[in-house]
Write a protein that binds this ligand. Structure first.
Ligand SMILES: [Cu+2]
Length: 118
């Protein structure tokens, strides 16, 4: 019983740690003063290059392995929310090499204007 609790504790910690890796240190100004309101009024857009590893239609999201985005994120694999139109497009296919705009919104990271990389 005790070990089950410990595993839960560790896994929740790990989940948090990886989320922090991804989302804690974006633009300096946002990190320093970040309220949700500020992020909402001025969503920065960051060019992203990556490969679609999976399509999670039920979550309206793509699992994307993206290159480093200087000053925003190291190279990593993460879930990115996309709109319904993108979800139906060629950019939402497993193995597709894509480019797009990474945008941080109050509900998480979005990939916008995503197209097949040329
Ligand atoms: Cu990322």
């Amino acid at each position: 019983m005790k070990s089950v609790f410990l595993i839960l504790l560790i896994s929740s910690f790990l989940t948090r740690a990886s989320a922090d890796d991804c989302c804690a240190a974006p633009v300096a100004g946002v990190a320093a003063t970040g309220t949700e309101k500020e992020i909402e009024t001025a969503p920065a857009r960051h060019p992203l290059k990556g490969v679609v590893l999976d399509v999670l239609a039920e979550k309206s999201a793509l699992l994307v392995k993206h290159e480093e985005i200087p000053g925003v994120m190291k190279a990593m694999t993460m879930l990115l929310k996309v709109d319904a139109e993108t979800l139906k497009s060629d950019a939402a296919k497993k193995g597709a090499a894509i480019t797009g705009q990474l945008v941080r919104k109050t509900d998480g990271w979005w990939l916008e204007s995503s197209v097949i990389a040329k």
